[in-house]
Design a protein around this ligand. Structure first.
Ligand SMILES: *[C@@H]1O[C@H](CO)[C@@H](O)[C@H](O)[C@H]1NC(C)=O
Ligand SMILES: *[C@@H]1O[C@H](CO)[C@@H](O)[C@H](O)[C@H]1NC(C)=O
Length: 453
């Protein structure tokens, strides 16, 4: 009940954000850091507030002249905005509405906040070949003469990564988003061989002269300092850069119609794990988001020899457990033993091999156990246990110890019990005999106690 209640409140907040945003009211402002290089001072971080609306509103434009008063009146968290200098309170028009995404607007009083950074942005022709066609035609440099900002935002719970480029007339605090790139799959985990969708969408302001100049999309892969191009597409000339990664695809219709630049990997391989950068170029502009892909596969186990040979008591058997086809490292291998009666028994140390990488990028590793059967009674089940990020796997073989001579604890207990029972019967029988004897001898005399055994 309470859960549904909070959910509804959240939905209402978001809804009201959306509705009011269109009319210039809207969500509480987005808190950001404005980061820039100051000569002699290094990087400087200034607190910044972004008031977001989806379309420019004439009424709120009037407050343009008094940015400080407008910030305190329209901000619902005026206490936190008091330490923000007026020219760091922006009124952003975002036609894509992505700055109003629910994961950027936590419920009021929430301690976790989205991470947001603003940087000054310098428009320039793309330095990659597949985006070169975008700046073929001479563009009105006057349009580029403005204050350009880029915002990089990470939403709550990894629900969104967003990168936008916005243009404000020089020395104003009213930027308009021109390019916005986002992903809702900030971190993706999948199993080997599964199809993967790495979400990436972009929006280009149709009223900007830049968006008429075409776009280019580029997916790059990065892992441990190595990078490569997965796929690049020039949307202006409708050309795919040569040598896209095998099994990687874009939905070109969706890309042109709705800015859906999502990358589809047909079958996840171990070597696909890593960071993917989705970069979208407009003429002179670039925005990009990153998606983390982790391919996780637990090992398959095999024990050898299997089945185990019959063992003589005290014999030491070498048993190997091979774990293969897993990714990523590390793996923890251990052994367990369950006696025939279900009771666990301790085993000696096993030695773990180094890992080997297979042709498909998965790993294998094995554990060698010297199995001393002397303490294992008649045998039981020997289990190899592999603990991995992808789950725990077990494999079991039966151990049978033949010619088993030394009694187990249970056997000894049974023997003691049997002995007690026998001695009881003997005592009773003896008593009967002696009783019978005494009874027949002296009619009145009470039965004599049994003789001590
Ligand atoms: C984008 O395209 C992919 C691949 O065709 C599709 O699976 C996905 O649902 C699309 N995303 C949206 C938001 O339409
Ligand atoms: C003891 O004697 C009675 C009768 O005298 C007999 O019924 C009983 O079976 C005897 N018990 C044993 C253990 O011999």
């Amino acid at each position: 009940m309470a859960h549904i209640g909070t959910l509804r409140t959240l939905v209402l907040i978001v809804m009201s954000c959306w509705i009011q945003a269109g009319s210039g009211g809207g969500c509480p402002p987005l808190e950001c850091w404005f980061v820039r290089e100051k000569p002699g001072e290094g990087l400087k971080h200034e607190r910044t507030l972004l008031h977001v609306r989806t379309s420019p509103d004439s009424r709120s434009e009037e407050t343009l002249a008094e940015p400080s008063s407008s910030s305190s009146s329209s901000s619902s968290s005026s206490s936190s905005s008091s330490d923000v200098v007026p020219d760091r309170v922006y009124h952003v028009t975002d036609g894509s509405a992505s700055l109003l995404h629910p994961s950027l607007h936590p419920p009021q009083g929430s301690l976790v906040k989205p991470q947001c950074e603003l940087h000054p942005f310098l428009p320039q022709p793309a330095d990659v070949q597949w985006a070169a066609s975008l700046t073929d035609s001479a563009l009105s440099p006057a349009h580029l003469q403005a204050d350009w900002l880029s915002a990089t935002i990470l939403g709550l719970d990894g629900g969104l990564a967003l990168s936008t480029v916005a243009r404000a007339a020089t020395a104003t605090i009213h930027p308009h988003v021109v390019l916005s790139v986002l992903t809702e799959t900030v971190s993706v985990r999948c199993g080997l061989g599964e199809p993967v969708l790495l979400d990436c969408r972009f929006w280009a302001d149709p009223s900007s002269p830049l968006s008429a100049g075409g776009f280019a999309v580029e997916w790059r892969y990065q892992f441990r300092g190595q990078g490569r191009l997965v796929l690049a597409y020039d949307g202006k000339t409708d050309r795919l850069a040569p040598g896209p990664q095998e099994g990687a695809a874009l939905d070109f219709a969706g890309l042109h119609a709705a800015g859906n630049a999502s990358l589809v990997l047909q079958e996840a391989e171990a070597r696909h794990s890593g960071t993917y950068v989705c970069a979208v170029h407009l003429p002179h502009l670039l925005a990009q988001v990153t998606v983390e892909l982790e391919v996780v596969e637990p090992p398959s186990l095999s024990i050898s020899p299997s089945p185990l040979p019959l063992a003589a008591p005290g014999q030491v058997l070498s048993v190997r457990c091979e774990a293969s086809g897993f990714t990523p490292l590390p793996l923890e291998l251990s052994w367990e033993f369950l006696g025939a009666d279900g009771a666990p028994a301790a085993l000696g140390e096993a030695s773990l091999s180094g890992h080997r990488e297979a042709w498909d990028g998965t790993y294998s590793q094995s554990s060698l156990l010297q199995l001393d059967t002397s303490a294992l009674g008649r045998g039981g089940g020997l289990v190899c246990v592999a603990r991995h990020r992808g789950g725990t796997r077990r494999s079991k073989v039966a151990l049978e110890v033949i010619g088993f001579s030394t009694p187990s604890i249970q056997d000894s207990m049974a023997m003691v019990g049997m002995a007690l029972l026998l001695s009881g019967i003997i005592t009773l029988a003896f008593w009967n005999i002696t009783g019978d004897l005494t009874l027949s001898g002296h009619e009145q005399a009470p039965a004599t106690p049994p003789p001590d055994l």
